[in-house]
Structures are given as structure tokens and as C-alpha cells.
Write a protein that binds this ligand. Structure first.
Ligand code: IPM
Ligand code: MN
Length: 356
């Protein structure tokens, strides 16, 4: 097949881990006989520096015209000034919104050989296999916001808002995914307090009853979910929730496997290119030192092959290569538990070798 892939290396460790992700995709192309065309574009802090905006029009146009987008990481202290005109994160939010990427998939599946890297006990994390569906283009992230003077200083607000259609479409995707897994969906909300969550709960319940009567379904309040996620994570299969709750819960969930450096994510819309990224940030403290773990980006590339290019065999091959490298005992510093470690580039090379 032929595919146009846009690469957004971004900031901090972004370019280093992206280089490894791209090497893997190039090798997959050669090995399986696909023609992948790559285009690297500025986005995030580096784009603020070069273009004065975190998401230049040319970058957005290239993304729209692509089959899939691989993003590494954006942000850093250089662009953190609260009074700055714009921020790297604004570019990411705009990209999600403009491309209609309403569903963010975050799989949480600890690697068997790394179970002892988890801050949780082995018997709790063993066998965990969760797929989060975080709604990505609504909620307080995109609701009306503002600030004004207040007798005590200032006041500020962000409106938490969802409509029926936004809830329906993400619940549907989550339920469809559950059918290919353990056939269970858990919807997370705060319906004991929030009107918007009561709409979420009603809507989710209706979609599940009308369209997915065969899929097991339950509902958990978000504060309780924060507990259950570390107390009994094995009990969950697909979890679907709103943007803000999902942002927080998936960071919590990312600790189950022990390192952020291993977790990919996919952001999908109803059509058009998907956006794939590691869930870790730009880690400016270790940028340029060859210490970053490229595996999350490589696994994001595997998700890109699976969801946007429909290349399941190729996706599995990349995942198996990562698994095999971990089994052989190779570790970057973040997962080495103080033991010997290899560099970003060496780790990428090990995966390439395993892929061969
Ligand atoms: C994430 C990040 C983003 C978010 C930030 C960088 C805007 O934390 O992808 O989870 O809050 O969605
Ligand atoms: Mn986040």
C-alpha cells in the first residue's frame, strides 16, 4: 500500500524518540512492501519559535492531507510563561479539534517482564488489560471560558459542556472495541453532582441498551474509579469517560505498567487521519542526552499501522519486536531499576533487529 505519514517531532525528547519511531516505520515499509511517504512538520514550542504559532497552517494542511500522523511530544519550560501569547499545548488542542479526533484510546497493559517495575504489587497488576476511551474534543477543554475582576482579586471559569451526539459517538466506539475484547464497558462520570454527567450517564445507558445489549455495562463515579484503578485494575476492560476525567485517570493508569515510557495512544475521528503519540511528555530535563525511552513512540507507530492503515499483521510484528527486546533484558534508564541501560538509539536498533 501507499501512505502519507506526517511526523510531528515537537520539543524536548520528541525529535529523539521520533527518529526511532520513523526508523521502525521505514523498516516495516521495506519488509512488508509498502510505500510510506514521510513529511516532517513543526508543531508545539519549536513552531512558536519558528512560526510564532504552535500549529502553523502548513502543518495543519499537511496533517489534513495525510493518512496518519505520528506526534512525539510538545512543550517545555521555555514556553511556560503564563503571560505568553500562546502555548505549545494550544497547538495540540487545535489539532485534535480541527481534525475531529473525538476519541482518545489509551491501552494499559503491563508487560509481563516489567511487572516488578510497577509501583503496585505484582499480584495487583498481573493480567491487567484496560483500554481507555477518553472523549477528546469536548468538556471543559473546549467550553466557554473567561476571567474577570473580583473583590478578592479575580475570578475565572471554564464551562463543562457535552451534547448528546458527542457522548453517543464515543460510547459507540468504546462498545464496538469491547466486542473484540472481554465484552465489557465501564462508563465513568460524576453524576451525583454534575448535570453534564447526568446527561452523559443517560446517554451512555441508552446507547448500550439499544445498540449493545450483548455487551456488559456498568457505571462508576470518577472519584471511586480513582481508587478501583489501583485496587482492582484487573476488573476493567474498556473504560469510557469525558475529556477531563480521562486525562486524569489515564495518567493514573499509566503508572500500572511502571513507566510512562511504554505507553502509546491513538486519537481517532469518524473519518480522516488518526493522530498517534506516546503519552509521555517532552521531558526537557533529559532532552538531547540519549536517555529517553523510544518504546512508547514505537508502540504508537504500531497503533498507527493498526488503526489508520489497517495493517494488523505489521502492527503485531512491531509489538512483538518490542516485547522480544524487553524479554531479552534490554532497558532504557527509566525502566532499568538502577541496573544497566542502553541509549535511545540503541533501543531503537534492538527493536529493528528484532523486527528483522
Ligand atoms: C494529554 C496531555 C494534554 C491534555 C495537554 C498537553 C494539553 O496532558 O494528552 O493527556 O491535557 O489533553
Ligand atoms: Mn494528560
Amino acid at each position: 500500500m501507499e501512505a502519507k505519514i506526517v511526523l510531528l517531532p515537537g520539543d524536548g525528547i520528541g525529535p529523539e524518540v521520533m527518529a526511532e519511531g520513523q526508523r521502525i516505520l521505514v523498516r516495516v515499509g521495506e519488509k512488508f512492501g509498502h510505500r510510506f511517504q514521510f513529511q516532517t512538520c513543526p508543531m508545539g514550542g519549536c513552531a512558536i519559535d519558528s512560526h510564532g504559532t504552535p500549529l502553523p497552517d502548513e502543518t495543519l494542511d499537511a496533517c489534513r492531507a495525510s493518512d496518519a500522523i505520528l506526534l512525539a511530544a510538545v512543550g517545555g519550560p521555555k514556553w511556560d510563561d503564563p503571560n505568553a501569547k500562546t502555548r505549545p499545548e494550544v497547538g495540540l488542542l487545535k489539532l485534535r479539534k480541527e481534525l475531529g479526533l473525538f476519541a482518545n484510546l489509551r491501552p494499559i497493559k503491563p508487560h509481563e517482564v516489567l511487572l516488578d517495575a510497577s509501583p503496585l504489587k505484582r499480584h495487583i497488576v498481573e493480567g491487567v488489560d484496560i483500554l481507555f476511551f477518553r472523549e477528546l474534543t469536548g468538556d471543559v477543554y473546549f467550553g466557554e471560558s473567561g476571567k474577570k475582576p473580583h473583590p478578592s482579586g479575580e475570578e475565572a471559569w471554564n464551562v463543562m459542556i457535552y451534547n448528546t451526539g458527542e457522548i453517543e459517538r464515543v460510547v459507540r466506539l468504546a462498545a464496538q472495541a469491547a466486542r473484540g475484547r472481554k465484552n465489557k464497558v465501564t462508563s465513568v462520570d460524576k453524576a451525583n453532582v454534575l448535570e453534564v454527567s447526568r446527561l452523559w450517564r443517560r446517554t451512555a445507558a441508552r446507547i448500550m441498551a439499544d445498540e449493545f445489549p450483548d455487551v456488559k455495562y456498568d457505571v462508576v463515579l470518577v472519584d471511586a474509579m480513582a481508587m478501583h484503578l489501583i485496587a482492582r485494575p484487573r476488573d476493567f476492560d474498556v473504560i469510557v469517560t469525558a475529556n477531563l476525567f480521562g486525562d486524569i485517570l489515564t495518567d493514573e493508569g499509566s503508572m500500572l505498567p511502571g513507566s510512562l515510557g511504554l505507553l502509546p495512544s491513538a486519537s481517532l475521528g469518524s473519518s480522516g487521519p488518526g493522530l498517534y503519540e506516546p503519552i509521555h511528555g517532552s521531558a526537557p530535563d533529559i532532552a538531547g542526552k540519549g536517555l529517553a525511552n523510544p518504546l512508547a513512540t514505537i508502540l504508537a507507530a504500531a497503533m498507527l499501522l493498526r488503526y489508520s492503515l489497517k495493517l494488523e499483521t505489521e502492527a503485531k510484528a512491531v509489538e512483538a519486536a518490542v516485547e522480544s527486546v524487553l524479554e531479552q533484558g534490554f532497558r532504557t534508564k527509566d525502566i532499568a531499576a538502577g541496573g544497566p541501560s542502553i541509549s535511545t538509539g540503541e533501543m531503537g536498533a534492538k527493536v529493528l533487529a528484532a523486527l528483522a
